[in-house]
Design a protein around this ligand. Sequence first.
Ligand SMILES: Cc1cc2nc3c(=O)[nH]c(=O)nc-3n(C[C@H](O)[C@H](O)[C@H](O)COP(=O)(O)O)c2cc1C
Length: 161
Amino acid sequence: MKVCVIYDSVTGNTKMLADVIEKKYAEILTENPEEADVVFLGSWTDKGSVSEKIKAQAEKIHGKKVFIFGTCGFGGSTEYYEKLYERAAAVLDESNEIIGHYYCQGKMPMSVKERYVSMLREHPEDKRMQASLQNFEEALAHPDQNDLDRLSEILDALKLA
Ligand SMILES: Cc1cc2nc3c(=O)[nH]c(=O)nc-3n(C[C@H](O)[C@H](O)[C@H](O)COP(=O)(O)O)c2cc1C
């Protein structure tokens, strides 16, 4: 049994999840996806979907067991995580078998907060913007230890190694 972890992480959030996976399967890791029985495919969320880089990688995966993971700025909604998972899964062809998925919130760059703050300065009553700013502040703490522990538990339940 060989495991390969393919991921894209610009600011390090998704890498934190990838590190948990790589540590768990250190003994059976391969860098060659061709050689792997199980591929862990991870991405940050770019405009509601996996990154272009991961889209391109996913198209090259055939006949594998695949576990999808990722982070996104918008947290606190299981429905949103499920939607992201479905979009990521749709990038894979049907020769693959999806064996699980995991999403959690990830901090966003300060430039995002600055945009919210400047919009709120113009429209202080904008409820959507207020919620976005609150979500931004909450995201700063993620992924946290609890997020990483939950991933670790899901991996244990897969019983791969
Ligand atoms: C250009 C851009 C687009 C983004 N689009 C979304 C999005 O549609 N939904 C979302 O929840 N987060 C979005 N985010 C937030 C990132 O997905 C989030 O901060 C993620 O944890 C970053 O992961 P990384 O540190 O592994 O790069 C976006 C961030 C950037 C920079």
